[in-house]
Ligand binder design. Structure first.
Ligand code: PMP
Length: 343
């Protein structure tokens, strides 16, 4: 498959914005920057950020064993997802596939980009309907989220591989929750699948939702197209430095992940003892999908007690379900105590 054939014609022809600093590295020594109309007085933030995020990509590249040319950074993974649609999908013409129940932004981004959305629901046990997906012709992008939000399960790797080999468009594999999963990331197999785009984020296991940093891994061809259309300075200086600092603390991240996973196990077993809860779905993420007698009523009761959870009961396949994020041990205990007291 030649990926360039999937790119929109106007994007193929695009002359991207360039700044004078794209060229200056060739000259040695202290530089005087009079090119970008910044305020010259140094306060640590008066300069534009590095548009290529070279230090951050070099660090990620070392940690993830992926070349910097295979990495694109976004203002959250939401921005990366939007860039993918803008690169490949013609508004008012192309279609994308989503697999409900899943992350709501795929649908919203498709709507913003005026794309048709074809939904292929997951099975009752939240597995993929591979043959049904492959029957849809001419879809440009398939959104695959594993572990899936809000169901929490990871998909069967053989099903995923079948899709990656046979789907004739871009497969976006959203690995926002991969660090909580027993399944391996597909990152090390990126080169096997030219149509694979993997997104990850600093918002979940890495504990930095506030800095808005998403990562997109793809072939060099795809990354170079996305680079052409991204806003030049989309990752600000504060975000780049906070992310670099966090990446120096991988052991802290790993121990937080372990704690979240053990709390997830504890919450799963305790929630099952609550009389109005009928099902706690097994989770490979940092949240639990929980089925109960009346999710809307329980949601309101929890808010009245000062606990905010996500009501997913209007989503296909999630009738009477709340999605509960795994919190600190104290927060989880508070949740359990509150649920036990509800009438
Ligand atoms: N993908 C999934 C599956 C998510 O659940 C979320 C956030 N809820 C995102 C992407 C967005 O992540 P970010 O904060 O990086 O934009």
């Amino acid at each position: 498959m030649n990926i360039l054939n999937l790119v929109r014609d106007n994007i193929k022809a695009l002359k991207p914005y360039t700044s004078a600093r794209d060229e200056y590295q060739q000259i040695n020594g202290e530089m005087v920057f009079l090119d970008a109309n910044e305020n010259p007085f140094n306060n640590g933030m008066n300069r534009y950020p590095d548009p290529k995020q070279e230090l951050l990509k070099a660090e990620l590249s070392k940690i993830k064993q992926v070349a910097p040319e295979n990495i694109l950074l976004g203002n959250g993974s939401d921005e990366a997802l939007d860039l993918i649609l803008r690169a490949f999908c013609e508004p008012n013409k192309d279609k994308v596939i989503t697999l409900p129940p899943t992350y709501g932004m795929y649908q919203v981004l498709a709507n913003i980009n005026a794309l048709e959305v074809v939904e292929v629901p997951l099975t009752a046990s939240f597995n993929l309907q591979v043959s049904k997906i492959l029957k849809i012709s001419n879809a440009k992008v398939l959104f695959l989220c594993s572990p899936n939000n809000p169901t929490g399960n990871s998909f069967n790797p053989l099903d995923m591989e079948r899709l990656l080999r046979a789907f004739q468009g871009i497969v976006v594999l959203d690995e926002a929750y991969i660090d909580f999963s027993e399944q391996k990331s597909w990152l090390q197999r990126l080169e096997e699948f030219p149509n694979l785009v993997i997104t990850q984020t600093f918002s979940k296991a890495f504990g930095l939702a506030g800095i808005r940093l998403g990562i997109c891994y793809a072939s060099k061809d795809i990354v170079s197209i996305l680079n052409n259309i991204k806003p030049p300075y989309n990752i600000n200086t504060l975000t780049q430095s906070a992310a670099l600092k966090r990446l120096k603390n991988l052991t802290e991240i790993a121990s937080e992940i372990e704690l979240i996973k053990s709390e997830r196990a504890l919450l799963t077993s305790t929630l099952k003892t609550i009389q109005f809860i009928s099902k706690v779905y097994p989770s490979q993420a940092n949240f639990l999908l929980v089925k109960m007698d009346d999710a809307q009523m329980r949601y309101k009761q929890l808010v009245e007690k000062g606990i905010v959870v996500r009501n997913r009961s209007t989503q296909f396949g999630c009738e009477n379900c709340l999605r509960l994020t795994v919190g600190t041990p104290k927060e989880n205990q508070n949740l359990i105590n509150t649920l036990k007291d509800l009438q």
